[in-house]
Ligand binder design. Sequence first.
Ligand code: MLT
Length: 246
Amino acid sequence: MARRLSTLFLPELSDSRELADSTVVVTDVLRATSTIVTALDQGAAKVIPAAEIDEALRLKEELGPECVLGGERGGVIIDGFDCGNSPLEFTPDVIAGRTLVLCTTNGTRAMARCREAAQIFIAAFVNLSKTAEALSQQESISIVCSGTDRRVTSEDVLFAGALAAKVLEGSSGWQPSDQTMIALGYWSEFCRRANISEAALADELASGAGGRNLKRLGYDDDIRFCAQIDRVPRLARLDPQIWEII
Ligand code: MLT
């Protein structure tokens, strides 16, 4: 039987029965999943994704001073939180050995919709190859794009294409879904046009609605950071039972 390589351009398009049989990869390139992978790389003990602000505040109260509370609404730090959602904020002096509770507008909500999944990986360009390597062992994959406020975002679709291309390169027997084929088409058109340089990828990420919003808020450095392919050679796994990313 063919191995299933499916992509959902929005979390709302997911089907819980399908997720239950799949290894799910959640992506929110700008910026939640880039930030989570980076925080782990900088020494965070774990990351707990919270869909809503009250849930994040409750976790902070439970965990006490070892917890760093990060998050945004509309790209801007939430009142009373320790940090926003910039990967550049999570340096070792801020995060090493501590738990990051992160609450974002789209990324951590997308994760909450995938609770039924057999296994969940958190991915972005910064950990593209490590994620693709782990996926090559699987039989059924769903790449879930977070989007922005229920609208499809180009940067997540571009990443889905890059990840699917690596999975197809690395192992055989896959049946890509229609959304996967569209994502693959975008990625291969980008590669032809831009020769995959980091500067070109940063420009491409900046050209979508999410990127334009971050630019407007002055987060140009974050976009460049999120365009660094394989900067972090590690896998990030969200345990669907205990709800922690390590
Ligand atoms: C989100 O989850 O909506 C994003 O990560 C927004 C942001 O870039 O801060």
